[in-house]
Design a protein around this ligand. Structure first.
Ligand SMILES: CC(C)(COP(=O)(O)OP(=O)(O)OC[C@H]1O[C@@H](n2cnc3c(N)ncnc32)[C@H](O)[C@@H]1OP(=O)(O)O)[C@@H](O)C(=O)NCCC(=O)NCCS
Length: 333
């Protein structure tokens, strides 16, 4: 096994591109190439592990390690040349790379997959799949995934508000993949709780929120502990009718941060001169409706239904996606 850290040489990148040209199941992209060459802002360390045979790269995998919280890592880009598969190359490479992560002080590794072969390897290497999700987690200190996620937020200390930034990505994974009582976590981002709806992507979950903030008509906020844990997130988006849509969610141990996050969204709308701020809330998220009401929002009609893509209680006893009515909560400015 050989190990490299971005920024890597153009010649190595070219070898990796040639490897991926033989692996049709997974695509790399321009962002990946720029990351490896060090041309993107580096919020994460990027480590690449490869195996060569006869001088040619036959397998690789890659880890992101959060610079803000170096105990968090994300596993990505695992691939073996088709003609070299089934010989245990990935099992050995990934196992050795995970051992290296542990030696570097990483405490938890996150990944997402829907590949059956990779699934077996991940299970064998100690990853656990989260319910209703493509996310796998491995806590390297021996805790189960559920214990790790519960412990992460225990005694995490007070949180402060900030504008969301790309350094939030890995530190927000424990929050996003935890099970929440509210059905809809962020209507602007289309982010649901896995208690009620399947997560059909892993990385995409964070990107849904980030994309709202990256839009010139949007903003994103985070509630973060002093050691960097993201315990709440919110978004705000200007609408064509001159209003602003706000929404957000927190870990249940940080109820007060929710007010701060929503107030930040209201502040964004106010700074852009909107006449009203509104939220689209599931009628079944009764506590969330009450929390908006406590901030001065009033029900102003119905809003488009939410679709919950998961097992639900319903009168027909059917197991299929269901529509849940939504209410529009509005605050005049
Ligand atoms: C997933 C992947 C990296 C595994 O690489 P690999 O070097 O073949 O992995 P291993 O040899 O260690 O194990 C592969 C498993 O498939 C089995 N297998 C048997 N013959 C095989 C073959 N011809 N091709 C692939 N796997 C085969 C192996 O026995 C092993 O099964 P097991 O888990 O029951 O022991 C490889 O299949 C790949 O590159 N897939 C495409 C990219 C991808 O989907 N990556 C994962 C995305 S999350």
């Amino acid at each position: 096994m050989e190990k490299f850290e971005a920024p890597i040489q153009q010649s190595l990148l070219q070898e990796l591109i040639e490897l991926w040209e033989t692996i049709p199941e997974l695509r790399t992209n321009e962002e990946w190439r720029r990351e490896l060459l060090g041309l993107e802002p580096s919020f994460n360390r990027i480590l690449i592990y490869i195996v060569r045979e006869g001088g040619r790269i036959v397998a690789m995998c890659q880890f992101y390690i959060s610079r803000r919280m170096p105990i968090l890592s994300e596993f990505s880009y695992p691939g073996t040349r088709p003609e070299c598969r089934g010989r245990g190359i990935a099992t050995r490479l990934w196992g050795a790379a995970i051992d290296d992560m542990k030696a570097m002080g990483v405490e938890a590794i996150f990944l997402g997959t829907f590949d059956r072969i990779a699934f077996r390897l991940y299970r064998r290497l100690g990853f656990s799949k989260l319910p209703a999700s493509l996310t796998f987690v491995q806590a390297l200190n021996g805790l189960s995934a559920e214990e790790f996620l519960a412990d992460w937020f225990r005694d995490a200390g007070p949180a402060t508000l900030s504008s969301g930034n790309p350094g939030d990505q890995l530190p927000s994974y424990p929050l996003i993949v935890s099970q929440h009582d509210w059905q809809v976590l962020d209507a602007n981002a289309g982010l649901m709780s896995t208690r009620y709806s399947l997560h059909r992507t892993f990385r995409g979950l964070y990107l849904k929120c980030a994309n709202v903030g990256n839009d010139e008509n949007g903003a994103r906020f985070s509630a973060t502990t002093s050691d960097g844990k993201v315990v709440g997130m919110s978004t705000a988006r200007l609408e064509d009718d001159g209003t602003c849509a706000v929404d957000g969610f927190v870990h249940h141990r940080y109820p007060d941060s929710w007010d701060d996050l929503i107030l930040a969204g209201i502040g964004f709308g106010g700074s852009r001169g909107v006449s009203a701020v509104h939220a689209r809330v599931s009628r079944e998220d009764i506590e969330k409706c009450q929390r908006f009401a406590a901030l001065g929002f009033r029900e102003s009609g119905s809003a488009p239904d939410f679709v919950l893509d998961c097992l639900q209680l319903n009168r027909q006893k059917e197991i299929e996606p269901i529509s849940v009515p939504a209410v529009k909560m509005e605050l005049k400015l």
